[in-house]
Design a binder for this molecule. Structure first.
Ligand SMILES: [Zn+2]
Length: 204
């Protein structure tokens, strides 16, 4: 997970929002005016704010793919008033068993006090990475921040086996390339897992 700096909402989103009949209800997301711009909005968020990565697992997303979705960080059924709040909209890979897909099925209202919001918090302050591909809470965290880091790993399943295995492969490749490749070249080479790569690159 990485820090997300939200851009200004695109004009077409603001215009569509004004036409929605019940903007503060969860079904506002299904309104035809919003339906019509959702694809463009997803591409905008991915390109302008998320380096074309899933907001949670940091796997590269094909911006034209229908599989990824705009996730309501604070889910619509728990926070209907935030349905059209631009700062609540993040693009997720929507893979089964992790990221928005897992969070939406498992999170309850009170859990939001226990997780990191990448728009408000900087995830880099909370996580360490290991060559095995696993993500850990930083040792220096206060007990409450440690709990937030752990809950975030849990609610988005960021140590899901498929993810740790892919990250482990990257760490092995990076070790081989140590000293022979610049940071810029690293990011041309590897398109996913930005935070993991940055952390390892600084460490190797
Ligand atoms: Zn993901």
């Amino acid at each position: 997970m990485f820090k997300i700096t939200k851009s200004n909402p695109p004009d077409y989103f603001e215009r569509a929002k004004q036409k929605v009949e019940r903007p503060l209800q969860s079904d506002a997301w299904k309104d035809r005016h919003i339906n019509g711009i959702r694809k463009a909005l997803r591409e905008h968020i991915l390109l302008e704010e998320q380096f074309i990565l899933c907001a949670y697992c940091e796997k590269e997303i094909d911006e034209t793919s229908e599989k990824s979705n705009i996730d309501h960080f604070k889910t619509r059924h728990l926070f209907p008033k935030l349905t059209l709040d631009y700062n609540n909209l993040l693009v997720s890979c929507n893979s089964v068993g992790r990221c928005s897909n897992y969070k939406d099925q498992n999170i309850r209202l009170a859990d939001y006090n226990k997780i990191i919001n990448p728009v408000l918090d900087n995830p880099n302050d909370f996580f360490n990475y290991h060559l095995t591909g696993e993500i850990y809470p930083k040792h220096s965290l206060s007990p409450s921040d440690k709990e937030r880091a752990e809950s975030t790993l849990e609610f988005f399943q960021l140590n899901h086996r498929g993810l740790t295995e892919e990250r482990k492969k990257i760490s092995k490749q990076l070790e081989k390339l140590r000293g022979q490749i610049t940071k810029e070249e690293v990011f041309k080479y590897f398109s996913s897992y930005k935070s993991f790569i940055e952390y390892l690159f600084a460490m190797l």
